[in-house]
Design a protein. Structure first.
Length: 557
C-alpha cells in the first residue's frame, strides 16, 4: 500500500485490502472512496468487503466506480460531493490510483489551473496529462480559465505569512494564493540592532521561499489593482487572481522622495537610516567613525512603522559614544514631528531620563523638509511658541532619517481605501467596512494602533479566526484590542518595554515583578536580542500562536 497526498484533504493509493483498514486509520484517515468497479480482476477485493471493514473501524466509505476512458460529469459531481461531505483526511483508491487522481483533478478544474493539477498529480506519481484538454474545458466553462482561491493574500511580509500560517493551522485544506514579488523576507525589527552593531544584516534576512508555507501557491508578482466587486486582484504579469476571501497585508511605502534631496543623499555624506536593510550597516559604520560634531536624528509625522525606531537609533548611538568617551564632543539633537517624545505618557519619564543622560536636545513639532548631503545641511520646519512655523537650517556630521510613510499607491487609489489611504477595516474585527470578504492587517490597515511587527503578530490569528467564520457564513468572532509593542533600546543591555493598545491603554505581557515596562530592563534586552527573533522565525511565521491566540467569542456586537 503506497499512499500519496494530492492536497491537504485527499490522498490516493493503489488497490487496498480489508486487512489494510486498521493501518489506514492509524495514520489519521477518516474516510475512504473506492473508484474501482468490482470484477475488473479475479483477485480484486469487492467494494462491499472494504466498506464493511471500514465501517467496523469507524471510517466513512463511498463507492464511486469509474472507467478511466469515460468519466462522466455526473461522476465528477458525485466525487466533488463526497469530498465536501466526508470527514477528512480522505483516501481514494482504484487499481493504480490514476482514476482517483483524474477525478480529483476534474473536480478541482473550476478553481485550479490545469498545469498545477497535472503537476500535483505527477508529484504523486500519476500522469494525467491526457486529460489536460478536458481540464481546460471545465475551467473555461466555470470562469474564463482562472482558478478561484479560497483565500488570496496580498503580501509576503510578516503579516501576510503569519496569516497564511494561522489559516492553515486551523484549516489545512484551504487553497491559498500568496502574491509577493520579493525574493527576500526581512526581520525588520532587527534593523535597529544592525545599526548598533548588535546584529549583522544577514541575520535579519531569509529567502522568501524558506518562509513561504509549502501548502500555499506563491505568485511572484506585484498587485497593481483591486477589483472587489468581481473578487479579483490584477497582477503586474497581466494575470488576475480570483478569490472567495481577500487578505491585504502589503505593508506601507517609505516615501523617501517626500523630502527634497534625501534620496540623493542617502548612503553617503553621513546620511543614513535604519529603515532600510542596506543602510543599517552604514549607520553602525558612521556611529563608530564619528569622533566629534553634530548628530541629528529625525522622526517623521505619524503614522509610521515602529514609532520608537528613530529614538532607538539615538539612544544606542549615544550609548556607544558614551562608552568610547566621546559623548561630550558630540551634540545630539532629536527632531520629532510629534508634540511629545512618545505617544503613551507612562513611558515618557524613563525615556526623558535617557535624553537628559545623553545630553540630547529634544525638538518637538519639528519635521525634516530638505537635505543637502554635499553641504551636510538639514532644514527643519518647526512650530514656534506663537503657533507659526519657520524653517531652521542645521549643519550635521551625522544624520539619521526616519522617512515619510504612506500606503502603497495601488491601495490608496483603490475602492478598498479609507480617506486616509489605508485599507478601511473595522478596528476590532479587521474586516473591511464595505466588502465583507476582505480583511487587512499589519501596516496597511486603517486601525489606529502602533504599526509594529508585534501588532501584526496579534492580528494574524484574529484575522484567521474571523475570516474562516465569514467563509463559513457566520459573523466574526474575535476582536483586536490594538496591542502593539515597542522595545525601546535605551542603552546596550537595557530596554524600556512599551506595550500598549488602543487609546494608550497599557497591555503588559509580563507581571511587573518580572519586567516593569516603565523601567529599563536587562531581561527585556534578552527578550529582544535572543527570544523575539526566534519567536518571529519559528513561531509567528509558522502559525504557532505563542501568547497571542485569540479568545474565541460567540459573536461580536
Amino acid at each position: 500500500m503506497n499512499i500519496k497526498p494530492l492536497d491537504g484533504v485527499l490522498s490516493i493509493s493503489e488497490q487496498i485490502n480489508a486487512a489494510d483498514i486498521d493501518a489506514i486509520k492509524s495514520v489519521g484517515y477518516r474516510s475512504i472512496i473506492c473508484n474501482r468497479p468490482d470484477g475488473e480482476a479475479p483477485d480484486q477485493p469487492r467494494g462491499v468487503d472494504i466498506a464493511a471493514a471500514s465501517s467496523a473501524a469507524g471510517l466513512a466509505f463511498r463507492h464511486i466506480p469509474v472507467v478511466a476512458s469515460s468519466i462522466t460529469d455526473a461522476q465528477i459531481a458525485e466525487f466533488q460531493k463526497a469530498l465536501s461531505e466526508m470527514p477528512g483526511p480522505i483516501l481514494a483508491y482504484c487499481r493504480s490510483g490514476s482514476r482517483s487522481a483524474t477525478l480529483w483533478a476534474l473536480s478541482h478544474a473550476h478553481e485550479t489551473s490545469a498545469v498545477e493539477l497535472i503537476a500535483r498529480a505527477s508529484s504523486a506519481g500519476v500522469d494525467i496529462a491526457a486529460v489536460a484538454p478536458r481540464l481546460r474545458e471545465r475551467q473555461t466553462a466555470n470562469g474564463a480559465g482562472a482558478p478561484i482561491w479560497d483565500v488570496v493574500i496580498v503580501g509576503g511580509g510578516a503579516a501576510g505569512i503569519a496569516t497564511a500560517a494561522s489559516l492553515l493551522r486551523r484549516r489545512p485544506s484551504l487553497k491559498i494564493c500568496v502574491v509577493e514579488p520579493a525574493e527576500k523576507h526581512y526581520y525588520q525589527p532587527g534593523w535597529t540592532m544592525v545599526g548598533a552593531g548588535v546584529f549583522t544584516a544577514a541575520e535579519t534576512c531569509h529567502s522568501m521561499a524558506s518562509v513561504m508555507p509549502a501548502e500555499v501557491t506563491w505568485r511572484k508578482a506585484a498587485v497593481v489593482a483591486f477589483d472587489p466587486e468581481r473578487n479579483e486582484v490584477a497582477l503586474s504579469s497581466g494575470e488576475r487572481e480570483r478569490y472567495r476571501m481577500l487578505v491585504v497585508a502589503c505593508g506601507l511605502t517609505l516615501d523617501w522622495s517626500a523630502i527634497p534631496g534625501l534620496s540623493e543623499a542617502l548612503g553617503k555624506n553621513g546620511v543614513t537610516s535604519n529603515y532600510r536593510f542596506d543602510l543599517a550597516p552604514y549607520t553602525w559604520e558612521l556611529v563608530q567613525k564619528l569622533q566629534k560634531g553634530v548628530a541629528l536624528f529625525t522622526q517623521a509625522p505619524m503614522p509610521i512603522k515602529c514609532a520608537g525606531a528613530p529614538q532607538k537609533a539615538m539612544y544606542l548611538s549615544a550609548d556607544y559614544w558614551r562608552s568610547q568617551g566621546r559623548l561630550g564632543d558630540i551634540a545630539i539633537h532629536f527632531h520629532t514631528a510629534a508634540p511629545v517624545l512618545f505617544g503613551v505618557k507612562e513611558f515618557v519619564p524613563p525615556l526623558m531620563e535617557y535624553v537628559n543622560r545623553y545630553g540630547a536636545t529634544l525638538h518637538t513639532e519639528s519635521r525634516l523638509v530638505r537635505v543637502d548631503g554635499a553641504a551636510r545641511t538639514a532644514v527643519f520646519r518647526e512650530k514656534r511658541a506663537d503657533g507659526t512655523e519657520a524653517d531652521v537650517s542645521r549643519q550635521f556630521d551625522f544624520l539619521h532619517v526616519c522617512p515619510a510613510q504612506v500606503s502603497p499607491e495601488f491601495v490608496r487609489t483603490s475602492a478598498l481605501a479609507a480617506p486616509s489611504g489605508w485599507v478601511d477595516v473595522d478596528d476590532a474585527t479587521m474586516q473591511h467596512k464595505r466588502f465583507k470578504n476582505v480583511f487587512a492587517l499589519g501596516d496597511v490597515a486603517s486601525t489606529p494602533n502602533a504599526k509594529t511587527a508585534a501588532a501584526a503578530r496579534k492580528q494574524a490569528p484574529i484575522v484567521a479566526t474571523n475570516l474562516l467564520a465569514v467563509l463559513d457564513g457566520a459573523a466574526p468572532t474575535a476582536a483586536y484590542d490594538g496591542y502593539g509593542s515597542c522595545p525601546l533600546t535605551v542603552e546596550r543591555g537595557k530596554i524600556v518595554l512599551a506595550e500598549f493598545g488602543y487609546g494608550g491603554k497599557l497591555l503588559p505581557t509580563f507581571p511587573k515583578w518580572l519586567i516593569d515596562g516603565q523601567k529599563p530592563s536587562s531581561l527585556a534586552w534578552m527578550l529582544k536580542t535572543k527570544i523575539l527573533p526566534q519567536v518571529y522565525w519559528q513561531g509567528m511565521l509558522k502559525g504557532r500562536e505563542w501568547m497571542c491566540k485569540p479568545q474565541e467569542k460567540s459573536a461580536l456586537h
